[in-house]
Structures are given as C-alpha cells and as structure tokens.
Write a protein that binds this ligand. Structure first.
Ligand code: SAM
Length: 269
C-alpha cells in the first residue's frame, strides 16, 4: 500500500493524520502484529503493575493482540482498534477480550473514572498528530479511576539522530532479508521522498518519517522531560519512565540508546 499522493488536506487535517489513516484504517497489517512477543520492559511492567492490571483495563490500538492476550490473563480487558482486520483477528484469537472497532480519538463510549488502567503499547499514541494527542490525553485522564494508571510508550526524540534512511536498512546478515530489502528499496525511497517534507521539529516534539511500514508513516517523537510536562498539562503525573530494557530514564536524560520510552502515569498535578 502506498501513501496518498498529496497528504495534508486544505481542511486542516494534517499529513500525519492522513497517512496514518491510510495505513491503519484501510490497510491490513494483521500478519505483522499477530504475535505474542514482549519487549523486556513490557514484561517488567506487567509484573510490577499486576494489581492495577487485574482490574478494568482498556487497551488502545490493540493490533493483533500482542499485549492483549497477556492483559486478558490478568484482568478484564476491553480494547479499541481502528482496523477492522485487527479487531476481527483479536476477538477471534483472544475470546476473553472485547475489542471494538473505532478511533481512539473518540472514547465517549467509556464512562468517566471507569478504568483502573489504560494501556497504549507499541507507541500507538504516536500515530496521532499533536492536537489529537492532546485531546486523547485529556480523555484518558477523564476515564481513569482516581488510583488508575496510564501505561504507554512513545518514540524517543532523544534517539532521532539514529533513524536510518532507506539505504541504511538494506544490509542484513540474512541473505533472504537482504534480497527483500533490495526489492523494497524503490518503494521505501519513494515513500521517504513523499513524506520527508512533512517532517517538523517543534518546541517539545517532532513529527518524523521513520522506517516503520517501509517509510510510509509519520510518527510523533518526544523526549522524557517534555512528555512528563505534557502529561502534567493534562492532570497526569509521571510515575516512572523506562527504556526498552526496563532501566529508569531519569529527569534530564535524553536516552539516545533507546528509540522508545515507556511511561507510567497517574492522576496528579
Ligand atoms: C503499531 S500498531 C500496535 C499494535 C499493538 N498495540 C501492539 O503492541 O502490537 C498500532 C495499532 O494502532 C491502531 N490504530 C492506529 N490508529 C488508530 C486510531 N486512530 N484509533 C484506534 N486504533 C488505531 C492500528 O490499527 C494498529 O493496530
């Protein structure tokens, strides 16, 4: 699937939102996400926050249920995903979960204070543009019970200098993978050419085209301290920030070694 010819509509819809919708709402990415592989930090978070996760949980953008299956072993899980194919697969594969098809920018079906935990793994909030992210963070605070937790990950702007070019991802020790990378190169270069002009580096965040889905998407990138400040704007207090291995990322650290950061937040100033 290729990105739309001219993302960035005159009605104010951002290029990021348009290419995201093209990829997720209209594409079929089930094969890529129908697995049960956890990052080390996710294992740690499932264990550390098992008590809260044993309550009422909402998972945003559950995909093929990579995390959902584990969450459903612990608590009562509902999920939402914009992709009909992902929803169909996850409901079939994990029947203890109820996954609804819908856009996480509309969570009006859930009551205020009704959730013990909201989980947004694999950087799903980063598909939203800046305005969408802020609106969703407001909603997440509304939905969380007073002691509830928001557990999510986001692309780390502190690692943005290591985002590869399409040529940087050709080499592989696996000959079959390398051959595939060569075949995909023209498509990746085309996507990169089309989308790089929509990249932006703003005060506290960046919108960047990265290697995901053959360079066909624009993601939100943010550093630890900026994310903590953004959470605070929405009445959420950072509990902890971890790298992919589960090591603490402390205030002031840019953590360039980790391309995603995992956050836990709760109600608070
Ligand atoms: C990177 S995948 C992550 C899947 C899963 N959370 C995981 O950890 O493997 C992003 C998921 O978010 C979904 N998604 C993208 N935009 C969405 C939106 N606006 N509302 C709900 N789901 C969305 C996609 O369909 C996809 O399943």
């Amino acid at each position: 699937m290729s990105a739309p010819a001219e993302p960035g509509a005159s009605d104010g819809t951002t290029a990021q939102a348009l290419v995201g919708e093209e990829l997720w709402a209209h594409g079929d990415n089930v094969a890529e996400y129908a697995n049960r592989e956890l990052r080390p930090v996710e294992v740690l978070l499932l264990v550390r926050y098992r008590d809260v996760l044993s309550g009422r949980v909402l998972e945003l953008g559950c995909g093929g249920g990579r995390l959902t299956g584990y969450l459903a072993e612990i608590g009562t899980v509902e999920a939402i995903d914009v992709s009909p194919a992902m929803v169909e697969y996850t409901n079939r594969r994990y029947p203890r979960t109820r996954c609804r098809q819908g856009d996480m920018r509309d969570l009006s079906a859930w009551e205020s204070g009704s959730l013990d935990a909201i989980v947004a793994g694999a950087n799903v909030l980063d598909v939203l543009d800046h305005a969408g992210r802020h609106a969703v963070l407001d909603e997440l605070r509304r939905l969380l019970a007073p002691d509830g937790l928001l557990i999510f990950s986001a692309h780390n702007a502190g690692s943005k200098d290591s985002i590869p070019s399409p040529f940087g991802v050709v080499k592989s020790r696996n000959p079959a993978r390398m051959a595939r990378n060569v075949v995909l190169l023209p498509r990746r270069v085309g996507n990169r050419r089309r989308l790089r002009r929509f990249e932006q580096v703003e005060g506290d965040h960046a919108i960047l085209n990265d290697e995901a889905h053959d360079f066909s998407i624009l993601h939100y990138y943010i550093e630890r301290d900026a994310q903590a400040a953004q959470l605070a704007e929405h009445g959420l207090k950072l509990v902890e920030c971890l790298d992919l291995d589960g090591a603490v990322v402390a205030p002031g650290e840019h953590a360039p070694h980790t391309h995603e950061l995992h956050y836990v937040a709760r109600h608070g100033p």
